[in-house]
Design a protein around this ligand. Structure first.
Ligand SMILES: [Zn+2]
Length: 408
């Protein structure tokens, strides 16, 4: 909430910090803005913006360029740029097929990035933690920037308060204290947050992808398992303790197959990679290369491949129909496997969605593939890691030297 700066004492300090936060957030999410843009975006006066931007510039977080005209009438206004190397975060990702790390700068610029493909079911916790630590150390040495936060996206059910992975059905993990273990091994003196990969994915698509500017969004991302994340009224839907959004384990077929979570007939047993591959006549663990083969066969008119895709499309429509009725998203974004197969399953999905969803919410919703591709969870993890800085930039003034030392 923005308040004008006329009060005194404690209250004016609170106001100043909230206003610094609004400016930092605007620059981080929207990129360089002129001082006039900032006046328009925050409702603050020109002189307040000048003084607050001056504080951010003195602290090294932004630079100001000479006055520019941005096609608007009136006086030219200096352009304020977030300095990407002034404050950076470390983002880590643990998926069933790969682990990845990146360093992202203030303003959302990816400065360093590495992804390592892993054979499935070789995600021993000790190895993953050690390998991520090595990757992180390499990236930090290359970037040489201060780290203000660490964000971790993992394909599992995560307790947000401490980063406990209570279950990663397709990683084979149960009750893994991932947050504590990474915190210890990384040795970075900055807040660390762990989140589910699809929750990170929907945040990324909302801030920087297909759902920019849309406040009711459902993200569905499948590989071996199927994850989901939702933004409702502009806010992430996390549920109690952060366990919410596990749409892959929505019970859809009481007569269906056994799921890795221990239940029967979960949605992911009808729309996950394994069922697509098996129905197309391939080994259910043939992975991404298997999916490529199914799509090539479908292009060549192979009946079995087309039938397998139709099955997944139909069951996607069935599950999404229910979710549309409950959540009324304006946008459903399909990521991972489902983004790749979207052109092949679109008709079957839409037909089933038309039969299952109520007419009014159905009329409001579009189904589109993700735009950030495989990196969406990593981008979302970075966004979460920036949150403490964006919430109170003033708390970080003067700490950049210390952060450098901590990351040396
Ligand atoms: Zn399940």
């Amino acid at each position: 909430m923005l308040v004008d700066g006329s009060d005194i004492g404690q209250r004016s300090e609170t106001v100043r910090r909230a206003n610094l936060s609004a400016i930092a957030r605007g620059l981080h999410e929207r990129g360089p803005l002129s001082r006039s843009d900032l006046v328009a975006a925050t409702g603050l006066t020109r002189s307040a913006i000048r003084s607050l931007v001056g504080e951010l510039a003195s602290a090294g977080f932004v630079t100001e360029e000479g006055a520019v005209r941005l096609g608007t009438p009136g006086r030219p206004s200096p352009l304020v740029r977030p300095d990407p190397v002034s404050a950076t975060v470390l983002a880590l990702e643990i998926l069933v097929d790969s682990i990845a790390a990146s360093i992202v700068g203030f303003g959302g610029v990816q400065l360093e990035h590495v992804r390592q493909d892993r054979p499935r079911l070789q995600l021993n916790v000790d190895d993953v933690v050690a390998d991520l630590a090595t990757m992180a150390a390499d990236l930090r040495a290359r970037a040489g920037t201060p780290i203000v936060g660490v964000g971790v996206a993992v394909a599992g059910v995560v307790r947000r308060s401490d980063g406990l992975v209570s279950m990663g059905p397709n990683l084979g993990w149960v009750d893994v204290p991932l947050g504590a273990r990474l915190d210890r091994v990384l040795g970075i003196r900055a807040p660390l947050v762990v989140t589910n990969d699809a929750d990170a994915g929907v945040l990324a698509e909302h801030r920087r992808g297909a759902a920019e500017g849309t406040d009711d969004v459902l993200f569905v991302s499948g590989e071996v398992g199927v994850g989901g994340g939702a933004i409702v009224g502009g806010r992430p839907l996390t549920g109690a303790a952060g366990y919410g959004g596990e749409i892959g384990h929505l019970p859809v077929n009481p007569d269906g197959a056994a799921c890795r979570c221990g239940a029967t007939g979960c949605w992911e047993t009808e729309v996950g990679e394994g069922v697509l591959l098996a129905r197309a006549g391939l080994a259910p663990d043939a992975g991404s290369a298997g999916v490529d083969a199914v799509l090539r066969a479908a292009d060549a008119g192979d009946e079995q491949a087309l039938a397998a895709l139709a099955h997944v499309g139909r069951w996607l429509g069935i599950g999404l129909g229910g979710l549309v009725n409950v959540l009324t998203p304006r946008l459903i974004i399909l990521g991972g496997l489902h983004g790749r197969i979207h052109p092949y399953v679109r008709d079957a999905l839409q037909a089933e969605l038309g039969r299952r969803a109520l007419p009014a919410p159905r009329a409001l919703v579009s189904v589109v593939p993700a735009t950030l591709g495989d990196d969406a969870p990593l981008v979302g993890a970075a966004e979460l890691a920036f949150e403490p800085l964006l919430a109170d930039p003033a708390a970080w003034f003067g700490r950049r030297g210390a952060m450098h030392l901590a990351s040396a």
